[in-house]
Design a binder for this molecule. Structure first.
Ligand code: SF4
Length: 339
């Protein structure tokens, strides 16, 4: 075992908690090397820290901790009605991380987890094992579904491990969704045409107001440019759209800014969708009293809160009309409630 080196202090997380049972896992050793010894705490089970009662999500958001753990159960879950499976016969999301480095006011994770800290399950090899029986058919896996894996890639190399696994699995397609500006770790990888890097963009004013700790619009655009120039398939997602008074200018302008910087022919799709959330998650979000996003008078149908139909239609019609000035119909995807 390589000795722990008290190298540069971790920049992303203040402390590292490590379950004793994963102490000798190669992924644990890799991550531990980036933390000073004094910042590492051994624990028996991640729930001791992550599920502690009476935690303050808001207070923890300012100083997040990373917890390394072993996942005993299922890594793969069926893709949900809130997301697009792009017509792949099988669509799953992989849940190898709980929590996110970023802190978006509209994120359902705040209502889902008791803590703002991040749990990383290091035994990704078990996720690959669980996936193998499905790979006789074309399968899409969202690897960054309820987190942002690229945001912490330099610390965890999780995306890299997925890409290495995908290289030899001809039926496996990956979607790696991110708001990160961190393209650097992927620079050394050969682009895989079965992998989509999907960047979520918002107008800078929305980023400032709701997407705390995330890279600026300009930084994300630079990362997209690097990725397309390196030969990766890139999808851009303006989703969720947050409806504000300035919607009519902010979001169409965002599409103009996007295609001023990125050649429209170099992206595979533009995805558009308005804010939506399951009602239990929205209830939990309201309890936190962190943002006006939670208190909009949404319409609820089938346990899903969305903008009223007239507003949802205005959002999509406005943005699709603008997108059509750059892209043909087939490359514009929209999320709409099923009527
Ligand atoms: S980047 Fe995504 S997962 Fe992370 S806090 Fe924002 S919405 Fe949630």
């Amino acid at each position: 075992m390589k000795p722990l080196s008290p190298t540069s202090p971790p920049k992303l997380y203040s402390h590292l908690y490590v379950e004793k049972r994963v102490l000798n896992h190669p992924q644990t050793r890799f991550i531990m090397e980036k933390f000073d010894r004094s910042a590492i705490v051994l624990i028996d089970h991640y729930k001791e820290v992550f599920n502690r009662p009476n935690q303050s999500f808001a207070a923890q958001s300012d100083s997040k901790k990373l917890i390394l753990a072993h996942k005993d159960g299922k890594f793969l879950h069926e893709g949900s009605q809130y997301s697009d499976g792009f017509e792949h016969p099988q669509f799953f999301y992989a849940s190898s991380i709980m929590g996110c480095l970023y802190d978006c006011d509209y994120c359902y994770l705040q209502g889902l987890y008791p803590s703002a800290n991040t749990v990383l399950f290091v035994n990704l090899e078990d996720a690959f094992e669980q996936l193998l029986p499905y790979l006789d058919k074309d399968t899409l896996i969202a690897t960054s579904y309820d987190t942002d894996t690229l945001a912490i890639e330099s610390l965890t190399r999780q995306t890299l491990l997925w890409l290495e696994f995908a290289e030899n699995q001809k039926n496996l397609h990956l979607e790696i969704r991110t708001k990160s500006a961190n393209f650097k770790p992927l620079k050394k990888m050969k682009p895989n045409q079965r992998v989509i890097l999907a960047w979520t963009l918002s107008p800078q004013k929305i980023i400032d107001r709701y997407e705390h700790a995330t890279p600026s619009l300009a930084q994300r655009l630079r990362a997209i440019k690097e990725a397309v120039e390196a030969g990766w398939n890139v999808r851009v997602c303006i989703d969720p759209v947050i409806y504000t008074d300035a919607f009519e200018t902010l979001y169409p302008d965002l599409i103009d800014i996007l295609f001023h910087h990125i050649d429209p022919s170099t992206i595979t799709h533009l995805t558009l969708g308005s804010f939506r959330m399951s009602t239990p998650h929205l209830r939990a979000l309201k309890k936190l009293h962190r943002s006006d996003v939670a208190f909009y008078p949404y319409e609820v149908s089938d346990d899903m809160a969305t903008y009223p139909e007239t507003i949802e239609s205005t959002i999509l019609e406005t943005l699709v009309a603008k997108a059509r000035t750059y892209l043909n119909e087939e490359r514009i995807r929209t999320w709409q409630r099923q009527s």
